[in-house]
Design a binder for this molecule. Structure first.
Ligand SMILES: [Zn+2]
Length: 263
């Protein structure tokens, strides 16, 4: 089912090559009722507050998966935190280059009710009883002109991510009134500014007909939860850099986050 020489196989081999290096533990989590597994990596000290990082729940959005690999390989994760990393939440879609899984399911609508896809069930089972300080889910958007993020519950981390891109002259989407967000979120259900959307969780879940990974994390498991989107129309290397810089910036801003009011 997963091609032995395809993009997902290549990704897993690159993660496994990091084993025992940079204090990274890599395992494969079984997907019940499906002949596939999910990669799960742990990095850093597990006794520290944990940051959850995830990518490629939509299989045709590879930049986040490549950025997470690069961040860990380059020792780019802040040592003040432990990490649980899902390098690719949709292996069959990643292999085929499709948004949906091989079952034809948009996995990112199935994180409610204990998980309504094999992938979501595997993640929610593995995360059971775990609490996270921060959750970041990395996506891409074919319509976007620059990076933007969803910051569930508000906060200061999204603006820190945007500042990191501004400092490097990387594109941030202005999110003008005509902008069509990647998720079907209506304007009355969110606040939006340049590069940043603060959605209404309940309204978003109702509109998309299920919980995304970030909605599940924001509601159940993580103090701060954000979804990052990079513009597919930009070169892959640039999108990978955007994800790398914004992930690092959001984590770096955690130490100030709890002292400031959420906006
Ligand atoms: Zn996506």
């Amino acid at each position: 089912m997963i091609a032995s020489n395809g993009p997902y196989y290549d990704l897993t081999e690159r993660w496994k090559a990091l084993r025992g290096y940079r204090d990274v533990r890599v395992r494969e989590v079984a997907c019940v009722n499906a002949r596939r597994t999910l990669l799960c990596a742990e990095a850093g000290d597990s006794a520290l507050p944990t940051v959850a990082l995830a990518a490629a729940v939509h299989g045709d959005e590879p930049a986040g998966a490549l950025a997470l690999l690069e961040l860990v390989a380059a020792d780019g994760l802040d040592p003040r935190y432990g990490y649980r990393i899902w390098p690719c939440l949709n292996p069959s879609g990643y292999d085929a280059g499709t948004r949906a899984s091989i079952d034809g399911i948009d996995v990112n609508r199935t994180f409610d009710r204990g998980g309504r896809s094999p992938e979501a069930k595997a993640v929610l089972t593995a995360n059971r009883d775990r609490g996270f300080l921060l959750s970041l889910d990395l996506h891409e958007d074919a319509d976007a002109r620059g990076f933007y993020c969803y910051e569930y519950g508000g906060g200061v981390l999204g603006r820190a991510a945007i500042a990191a891109l501004d400092a490097r002259a990387l594109a941030v989407d202005p999110l003008e009134a005509t902008f069509d967000t990647a998720g079907p979120i209506r304007d009355e259900h969110c606040r939006r500014e340049r590069g940043r959307i603060v959605p209404d969780l309940t309204a978003e879940a109702a509109l998309i007909g299920g919980w995304s990974y970030s909605i599940a994390m924001a509601r159940r498991a993580a103090r701060y939860a954000l979804t990052f989107e990079t513009p597919t129309r930009r070169p892959l290397e640039e999108r990978v850099a955007m994800h790398r810089h914004t992930v690092a910036a959001a984590i770096a801003a955690l130490s100030q986050a709890s002292n400031r009011p959420r906006v």
